[in-house]
Design a protein around this ligand. Sequence first.
Ligand SMILES: Nc1nc2c(ncn2[C@@H]2O[C@H](COP(=O)(O)OP(=O)(O)O)[C@@H](O)[C@H]2O)c(=O)[nH]1
Ligand SMILES: [Mg+2]
Length: 207
Amino acid sequence: MQIKSAEFIKGAAKPVGYPPGDQPEIAFAGRSNVGKSSLINVLVNRRGLVRTSSTPGRTQMLNFFEVNQEFMLVDLPGFGFAKVPVAVKNAWGAMARTYLENRSNLKAVILLFDIRRVPRGEELQLLDWLEELNIPTIPVITKVDKISKNRRSAQIRPILEATGLPQDAFSFFSAHTREGREDVLQRIEMALSSEDQEIEEAGHDAE
Ligand SMILES: Nc1nc2c(ncn2[C@@H]2O[C@H](COP(=O)(O)OP(=O)(O)O)[C@@H](O)[C@H]2O)c(=O)[nH]1
Ligand SMILES: [Mg+2]
């Protein structure tokens, strides 16, 4: 996929503030600091489009970015940062769940996992919700530059165990080396075109 343009549209906490859902959309979810904003910046080749590592947990909003004037990328609020007020922590679940339940133009959620952490709590909760709501999920293990390649398989074993997903379900990504950029872009492209496929299949059945 060629990235021709990327621009910030708006931030919103509630559905009334979301931009119109007239374009297919891909959302990014994961813990605070896992690298959501960095991944988006690398994907669209824009170093500063999404602000990275501002005080984790403070940006309790969904941020919408339009790419190629064709589709939207959404940076969901992070969770799991210890030093935020309880009220902010509790708001995360409602905000994420409301978005996931109501966004009919949502094509897939990219769920990020830090290669150095065992997923727990909200990460597994999110995975459950995505399954329950039938939302295609693109799991990405990020910050892979932190671990040498020959230790990778052993390192990710706890992630596979906790999520119950096989290794080949995951994309591996590093914002530093840009490893995995093409792979994630390809999966996004496939997710964006999924409706067309369904229509084709439906047409096929009718023959
Ligand atoms: N080594 C390494 N650091 C990363 C990577 N991605 C993000 N980071 C760093 O992790 C911190 C949090 O990244 P950010 O994108 O703001 O995470 P977010 O809170 O999920 O949006 C920043 O200091 C980034 O520079 C990566 O692939 N490799
Ligand atoms: Mg961020």
